[in-house]
Write a protein that binds this ligand. Structure first.
Ligand code: NAD
Ligand code: MG
Length: 388
């Protein structure tokens, strides 16, 4: 099986390599390409271990060092955004889409045209280009498999089910590090506090997105497009143990849930072995030791992202692009210390209310070029807005 991993040096990328490493003795896996950005040490280490045909860094500045240090090996070295897109055109059996943020959208859409299976961790592709992604997959008969634990859970619950029998899907959320904090404490929360996720170990950006619940908001949009649901079929419940990864409620009031350890290697292995199930890494759940699973309603005052996303879910227009772009800039501005933790949702709200952006609500982007333009414009606006 020929494999490409986009974002190989990240949290999902490394977990993917771990699953491959673990299953390799019993499988014919061939890694065609690995892509990364600035973590050259990791990229070199993995290139030596997995002997891909090609290694790509998104950053031209890393090209020379990568080329010199991998010179003894028979590996093609490339750099830049274009090289990543070209890599998406290599024909593969299985692709992991795990670049973080909007930069993952174009390569994912391209890979869907050339690969048999694309495992999607880059939720931004669904948030910004959900319609295009699903249509492209259908046109090229490509199988899309969700890696995000919630969507992977829903996908598993829906196996052999009639899509029309779904009443709603209920995404679970851990509640993040501020579940029990006061609004006042959240107002002055630091980057380090936002990075202290109680249950999942992930990349820095998604970890802070979990603390604001922007991650859950993006996941609602992701679910809407992946499973073709209406906005009133999408719900969130806080489940601090992160054992139930999500649930589907049907019209007969039966509910199916998928449970598992909070270890992304389980969801990744599911997509790698699909449609089979193979022994996987990750601890077995000990229910007696766990004792109880609890649930609570999300607090919309503390997590305005869940309120803001509702207008995006109702529209089929380009608001997903605007929402994501504004969130990415808000996150940059929070990390750099320029704005406070709760200012992130204030900034996103202002961008959504910007007259030029409101118009987008009813205009569905049909082409990736439109999405890129809209993304750039929304980012500009988000950079310029001064919060009072
Ligand atoms: P990460 O920050 O750990 O890794 C990101 C990867 O993207 C790295 O390999 C990095 O080199 C690469 N990258 C960064 N900027 C790039 C650019 N400009 N061009 C090309 N590549 C670039 O992120 P992560 O936590 O692994 O998340 C990856 C994606 O998976 C995100 O979309 C995230 O929302 C999603 N996801 C992650 C988890 C998780 O457990 N980490 C769970 C569900 C979904
Ligand atoms: Mg998730």
């Amino acid at each position: 099986m020929n494999i490409i991993i986009f974002g190989a040096t990240g949290s999902i990328g490394q977990n993917t390599l771990d699953v491959i490493r673990n299953q390799r003795p019993n499988h014919d896996f061939r890694v065609l390409a690995l892509t990364g950005n600035n973590n050259i040490e990791q990229l070199i280490k993995d290139a030596i271990e997995f002997s891909p045909e090609r290694v790509v860094t998104a950053n031209h500045a890393n090209f020379q060092e990568l080329k010199e240090r991998l010179a003894p090996y028979n590996i093609e070295i490339c750099s830049g955004e274009k090289a990543i897109l070209e890599t998406a055109r290599m024909e593969a059996d299985w692709v992991m889409s795990a670049i973080v943020g909007f930069n993952g959208v174009s390569p994912t859409l391209e890979a869907v045209k050339y690969s048999k299976i694309v495992a999607i961790a880059n939720k931004e592709t669904l948030v910004c280009a959900g319609k295009i992604l699903m249509e492209t997959a259908e046109r090229f008969s490509t199988i899309l498999l969700p890696v995000d634990s919630e969507h992977n859970a829903i996908f598993q619950c829906l196996k052999n089910e009639d899509i029309n029998a779904i009443k709603k899907v209920i995404l679970t959320a851990s509640g993040g590090p501020f579940r029990k904090s006061s609004l006042a404490k959240m107002e002055s929360a630091t980057v380090d506090q936002a990075l202290a996720h109680p249950t999942w170990k992930m990349g820095h950006r998604i970890t802070i997105d979990s603390a604001t619940m922007f991650n859950k908001a993006l996941e609602l949009i992701e679910a809407k497009y992946f499973f073709n649901l209406a906005s009133d079929q999408l719900d969130v419940v806080v489940h601090p143990q992160s054992i139930i990864h999500s649930m589907v409620s049907f019209h007969d009031n039966s509910i199916l849930a998928q449970l598992g350890p909070n270890d992304m290697r389980c969801a990744i292995a599911y997509t790698l072995n699909y449609p089979l199930r193979k022994p996987s890494l990750g601890e077995e759940i000990d229910f007696a030791a766990l004792g109880k699973l609890t649930f609570e309603a999300p607090d919309f005052r503390k997590f305005p992202a869940l309120r803001l996303v509702r207008s995006v879910l109702k529209s089929n227009g380009g608001l997903g692009v605007v929402f994501n772009a504004a969130k990415e800039i808000a996150l940059d501005r929070f990390i750099s210390g320029e704005i406070g933790f709760l200012d992130m949702s204030r900034l996103v709200e202002e961008v959504l209310m910007f007259p030029e952006m409101i118009k987008i609500e009813h205009k569905t982007p049909e082409y990736i070029e439109e999405i890129i333009l809209l993304n750039n414009r929304a980012r500009e606006i988000a950079k310029e807005i001064k919060l009072h």
